[in-house]
Design a protein around this ligand. Structure first.
Ligand code: UDP
Ligand code: MN
Length: 319
């Protein structure tokens, strides 16, 4: 195991020390990113369809079947052994209380990404219990905290309950944002309406910071994806739909949606694209811990609910 990672895996540094260290040197990374190969990785032999693995395994079984000790470094980082990958990908999964979904997703995602010869790390960003789940904020936190640990070229925001059905559905980023999860099994793979822009999305770093990330103001009411779509349009930034956009959905309990609150926050959205998002992360969350687990890096955070509510009120929105 790489020494730097081994030290970090058992380190006693606070996450804040880690972040400050990383910020000092943009090239430095908690993962060993230098490649010894000059051969470019290629996406050969990818099949258009694949069997989604749905077996429920224990964590040790999962680590064994994925050969984690050979293919991954702690934190769920992988670099192809015999070739140089053109981009480094951060996969960010917003998460709370969906462990079964997470295990199934990881079992599929690691296999697909490795078949694609991607260099990547998987981040599971978990919100502490006690406050309502805030998906947009959690994804923004994933972007900020992953970037503080290492430089990534591409960011994929990946719901925990969606599994790709094609190895050709790659997660590299270009100038356009990519919407991957467009045709879902539960909708008989019908192409969803244009504006639906959730589930699995890839951005390059500049793209995501230009739109100022997600709004931080939506709790589990939904519509933060609609708001993100509007942000892209407002900046005239292009997007595309993955050619291989079929996904299998994993079951979970449903949270009640609060339609009125959702629209109350969504409607005046365009007034705050530049003041609500990545530019305003101060005080809105606290990093509890960063854990380099065998299959993923767990970023555990507490969301300052009072602060979010005060911001909503500050925009004159009544919820
Ligand atoms: N999520 C989670 N725990 C929750 C709520 C949401 O982990 O209690 C994450 C998870 O990644 C999930 C995503 O947020 O896939 C979207 O939420 P959900 O699946 O509930 O929304 P849907 O799109 O199914 O309405
Ligand atoms: Mn879901």
């Amino acid at each position: 195991m790489n020494r730097k990672i081994a030290e970090r895996a058992q380190c006693t540094h606070s996450p804040k020390d880690d972040r400050e260290g990383r910020r000092r040197n943009r090239q430095s990374c908690v993962f060993p990113v230098q490649s010894s190969s000059r051969v470019q990785c290629r996406q050969n032999n990818l099949s258009e369809t694949r069997r989604v693995l749905k077996e429920l395994l224990t964590w040790p079984e999962l680590e064994a079947t994925l050969k984690a000790t050979m293919t991954l470094l702690p934190g769920g980082y992988h670099r192809p052994r015999d070739c140089e990958s053109p981009k480094r990908l951060a996969i960010i999964i917003p998460f709370r209380d969906r462990e079964e979904n997470l295990k199934v997703l990881l079992n599929n995602l690691h296999r697909v990404l490795q078949k694609q010869q991607a260099e990547y790390a998987i981040f599971v960003v978990e919100q502490e219990t006690g406050t309502p789940f805030n998906r947009g904020l959690i994804k923004n936190i994933g972007y900020v905290e992953a970037s503080a640990l290492c430089h990534f070229d591409c960011f994929t925001f990946h719901d925990v309950d969606l599994v790709t059905e094609s190895e050709k559905n790659t997660y590299w980023c270009g100038p356009r944002a990519v919407h991957h999860a467009r045709k879902l099994d539960i909708w008989n793979y019908r192409q969803l309406q244009d504006k639906l822009f959730g589930g699995v999305l890839t951005f390059n770093e500049t793209f995501f910071s230009t739109i100022n990330g997600y709004s931080n103001l939506f709790f589990m009411w939904g519509a933060e994806d609609d708001d993100l779509f509007d942000r892209m349009l407002a900046k005239h930034l292009p997007f595309e739909i993955s050619k291989y956009s079929r996904y299998t959905t994993l079951g979970h309990a449903r949270l009640p949606k609060e339609e009125e609150k959702k629209w109350a926050v969504y409607r005046p959205g365009k007034n705050r694209y530049d003041s609500d998002g990545l530019s305003n992360m101060g005080g809105i969350y606290r990093l509890i811990s960063v854990d380099y687990r065998p299959l993923y890096t767990r970023i555990y955070v507490s969301v300052n609910h009072t602060d979010v509510m005060a911001r909503i009120k500050g925009y004159g929105i009544k919820v």
